[in-house]
Every structure is written in structure tokens, then in C-alpha cells.
Design a protein around this ligand. Structure first.
Ligand code: CUA
Length: 342
């Protein structure tokens, strides 16, 4: 009787397992609407990975159903019954052994062929005419350089829709991982080495990204935004970024902010083209044109910027941005100046 009970428990467990697997699959579909979902591709690269995933999941489901079906049938069919004779031991069935050697080999081929094809399709050299972007990871923000246009910016990667983007990936300090789930990839940036990937964004919009390698205390605050625009809007952005920084009226609040910027030490770490040469922190030449600050952790508005300048470590633990002990007047002036740098 005990043996029979055990069998029923086993069957119940198997059924529960199947239900959980089904529920997880459904959750995966629901996640499609989350902005950082990898199941919502917006580039050729992400699309290829998605197709590969779907192909593999198809085969996995077929195999799962077959194997679990046979298992459940076996458990039920051969369960112990009261008074049933001892089952006959079976050993050395050549046909079976050949079958269960060939079947996994075939399954592996079904997995390997599309995987290798996808690798060759996505990991080769970028197409001619791709836009080069040099990405540099820092604790804890991303720097984006456009050698073709001589632009350096931070936290927000602007690309035109439909043009391949060839990304080269480096780090200024530790290992980070570059990841915009919408366009695929996720590639580590490793000290003393340059990694590469390329993608062609196929939809307009803004897509969040996240450093995907534990890189220190503010790893979770090392975010970024991918902004995909129409080619003409992208060119307008390029032209604006290439223009020299705005020169504020020296009697205005922004003008006072510029003085504060020059006096309190910001210049040691930050570049404002033609004004300061620092390269430790983000280039601020067109700071006011960005929608976010502090590694895309906060929206760029006067309130957030003021709080950031007053105590960076309170807003982003471990931030290397110094707390300069600024007074409220200095902060207000700096905020006005930085926001004027459109
Ligand atoms: Cu950079 Cu995590």
C-alpha cells in the first residue's frame, strides 16, 4: 500500500512540475511588455537572437513533452500493484541503446545548427557604412564617443534608425557589461582589451540599458539610455553636439555658475569644450541636452541636479564625484549654468 501511495505522489509531483513549467512560460510571454525585456527585440541582432530562442524553445518543448509523456506513462503503467509478480529485470537492449545514443545526437544537431548560423550572422565584421561608436565603461557610468563626428557624451547613446552601429567596448577601470536588451547583445568590457558588437536599431524610441556585470557598490546605478531617432533628427542632434558650448551672460545666474564651475574644482574632472579639460567624469559640454544624470539614474531636472551636486554619495553610493561642500547659492548657480549647456 505504501508503495502505491508513493507512486501517486510521484505522479502528482510530475503534474505539478508540468504546471509550473507552463506558468513560467506564460510569465515569459507577459514580460514582453517590460522595457528591459529581451523578448521584445528592436534590432536585427536582437531579432536573430529571438528567432534562435524561439527555435530552441520549440525543440525543448517537443522533447520535454515526449520525455515527460513516456515517463508518466511508464510510472502509471508499471506501478506496483498488490499481488503483482516481481518485474522481470531487462538488460542490454541493443536497439534501445542505439536509439538513445542517436536521439540526443540529433537533438544536439537541431540546437547546434541554428546556434552556429546565428553566431556567424551576428558576430562577424559590421557591414560597410556602420557608424563607429567607442563605448567606455566607468564606475559607474557609460561614456559614448563618436569618432566620425568628434562628439563625446555620457549615459545616453543616440543612434539613427536603420543604420548599423559598430560598437567598440572598453573600460576605464573594472569589468562592466554593456547591455541594451532591446537591441540584443550584452557584452563585457574588459580591462586592456577591446570588445566589439554591432546592431541596427529598427524602431524609434528610447530603450533602457543596464550594466550587467557586478562592478562595485553602484553597479545597479550604472544605467544608460538608447535613443533611436530618425536620421534627420539624429543629424540635428549631431550638429547641436558639435557646436561649441553656450557662453552665458556673465551677470546672469548661469554666468555666476560658470565662475563656480571654474573655481570649486569641477574642471579637474570634467570637460567642457574650450573651458576645462578633465577626463575623469562625464563630458559636460552639452550637459543640458541630456534627459538624465548620474549614470541615467535620475531624470535631469534642477531639483535632482541640485541634490546631486549637494551630496553625490547620498544619491549614488560610492560615486567618485566629489562632495565639494557647495553652499545653496553655489549649487543654484551651477545648476543654472549646467542646464544652460544645451
Ligand atoms: Cu558597471 Cu556593473
Amino acid at each position: 500500500m505504501t508503495v502505491r501511495k508513493l507512486d501517486s505522489t510521484l505522479v502528482l509531483r510530475l503534474i505539478a512540475g508540468l504546471l509550473i513549467a507552463g506558468a513560467l512560460a506564460l510569465c515569459g510571454c507577459a514580460l514582453k511588455d517590460y522595457p528591459q525585456s529581451t523578448l521584445h527585440p528592436h534590432s536585427d541582432y536582437a531579432e536573430s537572437i529571438q528567432r534562435l530562442l524561439e527555435t530552441l524553445v520549440f525543440w525543448v518543448v517537443v522533447i520535454f513533452v515526449l520525455v515527460e509523456g513516456v515517463l508518466i506513462w511508464t510510472v502509471v503503467r508499471f506501478r506496483s500493484r498488490p499481488g503483482a509478480p516481481e518485474p522481470k529485470p531487462v538488460h542490454g537492449n541493443t536497439t534501445l541503446e542505439v536509439a538513445w545514443t542517436i536521439a540526443p545526437a540529433l537533438i544536439l544537431a537541431f540546437v547546434a545548427v541554428p546556434t552556429v548560423l546565428t553566431i556567424f550572422k551576428t558576430q562577424g565584421r559590421p557591414p560597410d557604412g556602420a557608424m563607429p561608436v567607442r563605448v567606455v565603461g566607468h564606475q559607474w557610468w557609460w561614456e559614448f564617443q563618436y569618432p566620425e563626428y568628434n562628439i563625446t557624451t555620457a549615459s545616453e547613446l543616440h543612434v539613427p534608425v536603420g543604420r548599423p552601429v559598430a560598437v567598440s567596448l572598453e573600460t576605464a577601470d573594472v569589468i562592466h557589461s554593456f547591455w541594451f536588451p532591446a537591441v540584443g547583445g550584452k557584452r563585457d568590457v574588459v580591462p586592456s582589451r577591446v570588445n566589439h558588437m554591432w546592431f541596427t536599431a529598427d524602431s524609434l524610441g528610447e530603450f533602457p540599458g543596464q550594466c550587467a556585470e557586478l562592478c562595485g557598490i553602484s553597479h545597479a546605478n550604472m544605467r544608460a539610455k538608447l535613443i533611436v531617432s530618425k536620421p534627420e533628427d539624429f543629424q540635428a542632434w549631431v550638429a547641436a553636439q558639435q557646436s561649441p558650448p553656450v557662453e552665458p551672460d556673465s551677470t546672469s545666474l548661469a554666468g555666476k555658475g560658470k565662475q563656480v564651475f571654474l573655481e570649486v574644482g569641477c574642471v579637474a574632472c570634467h570637460t567642457i569644450q574650450g573651458i576645462s579639460p578633465g577626463i575623469i567624469g562625464p563630458n559636460l559640454t552639452h550637459f543640458g541636452s541630456r534627459g538624465s544624470i548620474a549614470g541615467a539614474t535620475y531624470l535631469n531636472n534642477d531639483d535632482n541636479l541640485g541634490k546631486w551636486l549637494a551630496n553625490p554619495q547620498a544619491r549614488k553610493p560610492g560615486a567618485t564625484m566629489l562632495n565639494l561642500g557647495l553652499n545653496p547659492d553655489q549649487i543654484a548657480a551651477l545648476v543654472a549654468y549646467l542646464q544652460s549647456l544645451k
